[in-house]
Design a protein around this ligand. Structure first.
Ligand SMILES: [Zn+2]
Length: 453
């Protein structure tokens, strides 16, 4: 059967559906009894479920958290898990088009969600329809599971697993082709100052983002201004030092990056505090910070400089603030896929305290790891290879987390093609229409392989 032609036959329908879903601003909103994540996510779920119900698929809405469309029969369950919620988008942030009016130009669609993840959900809908059209025996149940809270905590999928259990084989088209077989583990922690002469400090936007800007106030003449400026200049950093009455207000600009890729950023907190130390500022908390973290992000200062063949541990100091004379800050650690949270927490525990500060571990999460030769990883890779002909790109491991961490027997597979940047979570999010169709074709092949497992 010519799957390519069958998918192509749904081109118009795919775009109509995607445009309908993009038009719904489904960022998290105020919860109500009928809409646990607010009105937008609820409306997106209703709309997507209705599309599949109108097609004759069995659909179920699990308390408006998450829903699914199902085909086939049998004990075993194949899950395709996508999400309908989005991160915020505002035209004023620099979009060339209205983020909620899907716009097609030269074979590319623009709009919030076309790549993350509404496009993949719609491509999966088309894949379900094509498999049904093919009339092949469907000896397992196939579910397209559509969540509405992926971007802000995946509470939707937790609800699903609580009510329905996990799946036997699954993929979440919310990462990369040809599959993500490992996701690093995580440890979340906070630090607190014990003693400090710093008058005020504030920086950062989120714990999982490298701090892009930090401002601190310290007593005049408590450090060498010249040495501090030399330090900042030696790294080509942008800064201001403002005279206040008894203090200097120092603002340093860094570069934001995701906490899982700290090498792409410049941490303003770290360079500010280490600069002060270099400039002769004597302070127990600054000493604590510099010896435990410094300007590197590999965990050396807290005994966590570990790596495996899939990558190294990363540590990010995302936000810092001060209240009632006490400085607190966040720590986001992503550790290699072959370690356990227990091992990392134990190693970390030996480095939590000195005279200037103390670290408190808040939580941890084991990594996700499927060996490259496990059936799920291998079959999905084959599906990708057969459709695209790309035999070079191999499954990868990442520092970020996807839905796959919240449901068993599932890895991220799609929807991003190798080397592409679709500007997800950014302005002018885009996706080529041909790639949406190609996704659908790959999902058809993937589901058929999982049916035959
Ligand atoms: Zn996503």
């Amino acid at each position: 059967m010519d799957v390519h032609a069958m998918v192509e036959g749904y081109r118009t329908e795919l775009l109509e559906r995607l445009s309908k879903l993009v038009a719904i601003n489904s960022r998290e909103g105020t919860p109500t009894p009928d809409a646990p994540f607010g009105e937008g996510p609820r409306k997106a779920l209703d709309t997507a479920l209705k599309m599949m119900a109108d097609d004759g698929f069995k659909t179920v809405d699990l308390d408006h958290y998450i829903g699914y469309a199902e085909m086939g029969e049998g004990k075993e369950l194949i899950g395709v898990v996508g999400h309908l919620d989005i991160v915020p988008a505002n035209k004023e942030d620099g979009w060339d088009t209205d983020p909620f009016v899907m716009t097609e130009k030269d074979g590319i669609v623009y709009g919030r969600g076309v790549a993350d993840d509404k496009g993949a959900v719609v491509a999966s809908m088309i894949a379900m329809k094509v498999i049904r059209d093919m009339g092949i025996p469907v000896n397992k149940r196939v579910r397209l599971i559509m969540g509405t809270n992926e971007e802000t905590g995946s509470k939707c999928l937790h609800h699903y697993v609580e009510k329905e259990g996990s799946v036997d084989y699954g993929f979440t088209p919310d990462g990369d082709f040809p599959g993500i077989h490992g996701e690093k583990g995580m440890v979340a922690a906070v630090y607190r100052s014990k003693k400090t002469g710093i008058r005020a400090i504030k920086g950062g936007t989120a714990r999982n983002v490298v701090c892009p800007k930090c401002t601190a106030e310290v007593d005049k003449c408590s450090y060498s201004r010249r040495a501090l400026e030399d330090y900042f200049n030696s790294f080509d950093l942008e800064y201001t030092i403002t005279d206040k009455e008894a203090t200097d207000e120092i603002t340093l600009i860094g570069t934001a990056a995701h906490a899982s890729l700290p090498e792409l950023g410049v941490n303003a907190i770290s360079y500010l505090l280490c600069g002060l130390k270099k400039a002769g500022y004597q302070d127990p908390f600054v000493d604590f910070y510099c010896s435990h973290f410094g300007t590197n992000y590999d965990g050396t200062g807290v005994g966590l400089n570990v790596s495996d063949e899939y990558g190294a541990l990363t540590l990010n100091n995302g936000v810092i603030s001060m209240e009632d004379g006490v400085i607190t800050g966040s720590i986001d650690i992503r550790f290699p896929v072959t370690y356990t949270a227990k091992q990392i927490v134990k190693m970390f525990s030996e480095h939590l305290e000195d005279d200037g500060g103390v670290i408190e571990i808040k939580g941890s999460h084991d990594p996700l790891f499927f060996p490259a030769d496990s059936p799920l990883v291998k079959l999905l890779l084959e599906a990708y290879q057969e459709v695209t002909g790309d035999m070079e790109t191999q499954p990868m491991t990442i520092g970020g987390g996807t839905y796959a961490k919240s449901i068993d027997n599932t890895i991220a597979f799609g929807c991003a093609f190798p080397g592409k940047d679709y500007r997800i979570h950014n302005t002018n999010e885009w996706c080529p229409v041909d790639e949406l169709l190609l996704q659908a074709e790959i999902y058809v092949s993937a589901i058929i392989k999982l049916l035959n497992i």
